[in-house]
Design a protein around this ligand. Structure first.
Ligand code: NDP
Ligand code: 8X3
Length: 253
């Protein structure tokens, strides 16, 4: 039977690249994101290029009632989810704690922590009822260390780190593999979002070195998905060669 993967945040970046690779692998996909037109367009291209079935569900992971509405009532066979990639996430702002914007903090906490939790609760119960599954959380090197002005984003990704380990403990007896992938700097829409559309600031982040691409991370996710059923690759950190830690990047500028 064709396997089904649910990828949150597939309208761009790592989520979209992961959708491409899993589609190529023959998975039918449930993809999500708030930008309905972009999501629909990604879905149509995947169906056309890879001859798979795609269910695009446009909702905001921060809204529990939306998550429950869309994921709590999946029609057959879409409720037979084999793989969940908890990817939807963002950084907003980069300021010292005393100058932080409360709304930015709430967007990060609500998306990166609460959104992941809302989705995981529903999908892990689906997997328990099916007798197994695989959950891959997209953390970050910002979940392993902290950098100046990264305060709340780093805290939200530290929460993903803790949750990934906790979820593994809670779910391994149900034959559910839980993994975390922690990328370093990857050039996606991430910095555009962080700097609220300031393209110059966003481009500067990746100047003078070769960052990761979304596909680099998707390749790792695919490797994890393809591991034999008895193998759980629980935690992977992926850095650009030019990056040695969360705040040490060798730039040739
Ligand atoms: P992008 O901005 O390119 O993609 C983010 C995705 O998340 C989009 O599809 C966006 O969809 C979705 N998303 C954001 N907020 C919500 C929401 N409230 N509800 C539903 N979907 C949402 O960035 P990346 O691909 O880089 O980010 C993917 C993940 O990787 C994030 O968790 C990020 O923290 C993590 N990461 C990124 C790194 C990087 O350097 N790029 C490094 C380490 C981790 P839409 O806007 O349509 O809702
Ligand atoms: C994204 C990587 O270093 O910008 O999670 O926080 S970083």
């Amino acid at each position: 039977m064709t396997k089904i993967a649910l990828i949150t945040g597939a309208t761009s970046g790592i989520g979209e690249a992961t959708a491409q690779l899993l589609a190529k692998e023959g998975y039918n996909l449930i993809i999500t994101g708030r930008r309905t037109a972009t999501l629909t367009s990604v879905a149509s291209k995947l169906e056309k290029n890879f001859r798979i079935k795609v269910l695009p569900l446009s909702f905001d992971v921060r809204e529990l009632n939306q998550v429950e509405h869309y994921l709590g009532n999946l029609p057959e066979p879409w409720n037979e989810i084999d793989v969940l990639v908890n990817n939807a996430g963002l950084a907003v702002g980069l300021s010292p704690i005393n100058q932080g914007t409360i709304d930015d903090w709430e967007r990060m906490i609500d998306t990166n922590i609460k959104g992941l939790l809302y989705v995981s609760k529903i999908v892990s119960n689906i997997m328990i009822n099916r007798g197994g599954g695989q959950i891959i959380n997209i953390g970050s090197i910002a979940g392993k260390a902290v950098y100046p002005n990264g305060n709340v984003y780093c805290a939200s990704k530290h929460a993903v780190d803790a949750l990934s380990r906790g979820m593994m403990m809670d779910l391994h007896s149900h034959n559910i593999r839980v993994s975390q992938v922690c990328p370093g700097a990857a050039e996606t829409e991430f910095s555009q979002v962080r700097f609220k559309g300031d393209s110059e600031k966003a481009a500067n982040v990746y100047k003078g070195f070769t960052p990761l691409t979304a596909k680099d991370i998707a390749d790792v996710i695919l490797f994890i998905v393809k591991a034999p059923p008895h193998v759980n690759i629980s935690d992977v950190t992926v850095m650009p060669t030019a990056q040695a830690s969360v705040s040490i990047i060798h730039k040739t500028l």
